[in-house]
Design a protein around this ligand. Sequence first.
Ligand code: FDA
Length: 388
Amino acid sequence: MTHHDVIILGAGGAGLFCAGIAAQRGRRVAVLDHAPEPGRKIVISGGGRCNFTNVGASWDRYVSANPKFARSALGRYAAQDFVALVERHGIAWHEKTLGQLFCDGSARQIVAMLLAEADGAEIALGQPIRDVGHADGMFTVVHGERTLTAPSLVIATGGPSIPKLGATGFAYDLAKRFGLKLVEPRPALVPLTLPPDDALFRELSGVATEVVASAGKAKFREAALFTHRGLSGPAILQASSYWRHREPVTIDFVPDRSSGWLTELKRARPRIGLRSALGSALPDRLAEALAAKLDCPGELGNQRDATLTRIEQRLAGWQFHPNGTEGFAKAEVTVGGVATDGLNQKTMAAKHLPGLHVIGEAVDVTGWLGGYNFQWAWSSGWAAGQAV
Ligand code: FDA
């Protein structure tokens, strides 16, 4: 039996970062994981370059039953704090589009940095967590053959996205066991699948174009990609976090065309057909497929203005009715998780059991695509690391 001040379950971004903060405060820290190596999702993230934060990481870019919950942690440990840490470790970085920050070199540099920061912590990997108990103000964890005790326990085992990387719903089982509620977890930042009656679009597999995709009240202007099963690309992944079964996803295929553009084109070039008109705004194969669906034969000059207005409206609000998503196997993150109303936003501790903390993706706080989820891992890990 070994005694620590804090046991952290999960050696992903949130758990490792929390370990470093707590160890630097002089806490005796143990980080336990069943995976053989730490930070596996970090290593493969951002195409191997880790999109480690986003300069625009504010609470309104997170999906949660209570998005304002994230405000405190994101405000106290912000993107610029993590950037300063990255720079102290001499890791070169660059900004891509939309405020996304990536390593110039390898995502492994971020893992190495987190391990260096957590130097004083014990990190034990490659064994299952067999049991977790709590009695008389003390948590007991059985990890492989060892038993560890501590007055503070941090759940940082993430969500169930990408099981082949070791992801499980363990955080949810444990949180429920300790009396915390869950917001239903669902796959997010995930491709959407389309039913067979949208089969025309299967022929477009591989075609990408910039669109505005909306689901519910959320709208994202980025690329959408047709796949052999449905829709993907950043705009669709973003919309998927807001999408609910049986609701449509609406796509504006012509976000740069203002209202009246087809009737104006009719006056300027009456002999042009719809296929060619669309070809000026869209990739060829997509222009052809949409023109075939829009039933507008012949030249624009022969069409009534009302017909062209109706076509414009369809192009700007094309509704798809996904029949599902590609599931947790393909989802970059999980929306939902441990309900925030049971947690203290400053310390990430359970309100009814202050020694128990939940951080990172396990919590019902899910960021947009583009570095927001790692920033939540750092910010929530920092908040708990200060409190344990
Ligand atoms: P994380 O899942 O990272 O860590 C949880 C740890 O707990 C893992 O080490 C796991 O092995 C362990 N664990 C799980 N169950 C256990 C059990 N039963 N027993 C013991 N240990 C257990 N985000 C971003 O901001 N920028 C990006 O570029 C990317 N890119 C990206 C690519 C891909 C392919 C994926 C899948 C995800 C991303 N993300 C991302 C999302 C990001 O990776 C994710 O939000 C964070 O890794 C979450 O960090 P956590 O530490 O909370 O969980």
